[in-house]
Design a protein around this ligand. Structure first.
Ligand code: PEP
Length: 250
């Protein structure tokens, strides 16, 4: 476990305007000292990729998008191809965020196809899994996240899977201020780790990030858990001080 680097990735969601982004990006670039020794990045709305590339080139920050098409090109109105993001220096793509699963009908097979497409283009997919409150309360957490991971393992080769990042994001903890306890998060991360190891020993190195109301106050405790390799950060990634404090905690 000590071999795995920590990751902190921001998910801006559908927030930002050129002027606000400029201030945030400047603060991140000048606070990059907080990120030494970790992998750090931001996933931004696609129209701002050029702005982010200009602001973060030469800093420790990587950048990318919050979704990517499962196709290379063609008649897919509204979709963005992985290769298009490469032209703006992107290296990351979140796929299967719970908001896309819930509001855009994305199922685990499509999420796996998007992850594979991202990998083929040379992006690192950050594949999100997680249960709803109802699923947790009915004792179905492992069945739900297990099925989400299994769909990925069914589609990707072991070599491909070794290049993904997985984010466990309990839906009830996203944007709610209700963070999973360190024990709740670690328990699911250990389950996911075992599931990956059940496929192949090399998958011990897959980074497992926690997401869901991570803040400067709870980041260090979460990130110190044996199977938690960092975080995917929504709300707190829009405030440079908070995001940098979370990076410093990693
Ligand atoms: C997210 O949407 O990926 C997320 C973790 O959001 P928040 O940190 O705001 O809960």
């Amino acid at each position: 476990p000590g071999q795995r680097k920590k990751w902190v990735v921001g998910n801006w969601k559908m927030h930002g305007r050129l002027a606000d982004n400029e201030a945030l990006l400047r603060a991140l670039a000048s606070g990059a000292g907080a990120c030494s020794g970790i992998r750090v990045g931001v996933c931004v709305p696609t129209p701002y990729l050029a702005q982010v590339e200009a602001a973060l080139s030469g800093t420790p920050f990587a950048w990318g998008v919050q979704d990517v098409s499962a196709y290379t090109h063609g008649a897919y109105t509204g979709e963005v191809a992985a290769e298009m993001t490469l032209e703006f220096g992107a290296t990351l793509a979140i796929v299967g965020h719970s908001e896309r699963r819930a509001y855009h009908g994305e199922h685990s097979e499509l999420v796996a196809a998007k992850a594979q497409r991202a990998l083929q283009a040379g992006l690192t997919p950050i594949v999100c899994v997680g249960e709803t409150l109802e699923e947790r309360e009915s004792g179905a957490t492992q069945a739900v996240v297990g099925a989400q991971i299994d769909a990925l393992l069914a589609k990707l080769s072991v070599d491909e899977t070794a290049r993904v990042v997985i984010a466990y994001e309990p839906v009830w903890a996203i944007g709610t201020g209700r963070t999973a306890t360190t024990d709740q998060a670690q328990e699911v991360h250990a389950f996911l780790r075992a599931r990956l190891l059940g496929k192949h020993a090399v998958l011990a190195s897959v980074p497992l990030l926690y997401g869901g109301s991570v803040k400067p106050e709870n980041a260090a405790a979460l990130f110190s858990q044996a199977d938690i390799d960092g975080g995917l950060i929504g709300g707190a990634s829009l405030k440079s001080q908070d995001f940098l404090a979370i990076c410093a905690a990693a």
